[in-house]
Design a protein around this ligand. Structure first.
Ligand SMILES: [Zn+2]
Length: 230
């Protein structure tokens, strides 16, 4: 591990020498990255490469989600409703979401991040699909859309997609976003059912469904992934 300051921000990085022909850079988290390079690359070349890419590193490092320590997580916000997360050490795993009490009881048998994630996702992912379906149904009724199938995925690079057959896919973790941003994502994909591209016609139409289209879109680009739990 080495340390470097880029625009006064401290980064740590490691260098991995590989049988490749050019240098590559991969962000690991908000303040670290990995450089892959050909075996005989001198360190000054690596340094030059980092400096050349420093603007990219700085701007993209801001978007990398900070991995949350689930063991310390006290609250989960689902579409503007904040739930207190209560961990109970039990032998059998289960998650109970109480919308009346605003509480999520996490009965967990193994106190590791990996296990908590597994158990939480098992419960919250189907819940996400249900919430997404409900909202899609109500938006479709309001604006006259008809879609085929809906699926949820765990692709951190995209919030949603729309296939040529009218199937909609969403990252299930968009339920952790404020409800107006969540709705914006659904409207974006629903709008693709009628307009496949991202032309000005598409954006003008989307702005009719969502008057705060521009600011919501900007928020999603800047903040979106930070709201992901995992
Ligand atoms: Zn799109």
């Amino acid at each position: 591990m080495a340390t470097i300051y880029l625009n006064n921000k401290k980064f740590v990085y490691s260098v991995v020498k590989k049988p490749i022909y050019s240098l590559r850079l991969k962000l690991k988290n908000a303040n670290s990255f990995v450089i892959s390079c050909p075996r005989l690359t001198p360190s000054f070349v690596i340094n030059q490469f980092i400096k050349k890419n420093q603007d990219w590193i700085i701007s993209h490092s801001k978007k990398v989600p900070i991995k949350k320590n689930l063991k310390n997580l006290k609250k989960i916000s689902i579409l503007d409703q904040t739930f207190e997360l209560i961990y109970v050490h039990t032998q059998r795993d289960s998650i109970i979401v109480s919308t009346q009490e605003n509480k999520i009881y996490a009965n967990i048998s193994k106190n590791t991040n990996k296990h908590i994630r597994l158990i939480l996702e098992k419960k919250l992912r189907p819940l996400a699909l249900k919430l997404i379906r409900q909202e899609l149904d109500s938006l479709s009724l309001k604006y006259n859309f008809s879609f085929n199938n809906v699926n949820v995925r765990n692709q951190s690079s995209r919030f949603g997609s729309c296939s040529s057959r009218g199937n909609l896919n969403f990252n299930w973790q968009i339920i952790f976003f404020p409800v107006d941003k969540f709705r914006h994502i659904l409207l974006h994909e629903l709008n693709h059912l009628k307009i496949k591209n991202h032309s000005s016609v598409f954006w003008n139409q989307l702005a009719i469904y969502d008057p705060n289209c521009k600011s919501n879109n900007l928020w999603l680009k800047k903040e979106g992934t930070k709201y992901f739990l995992f």
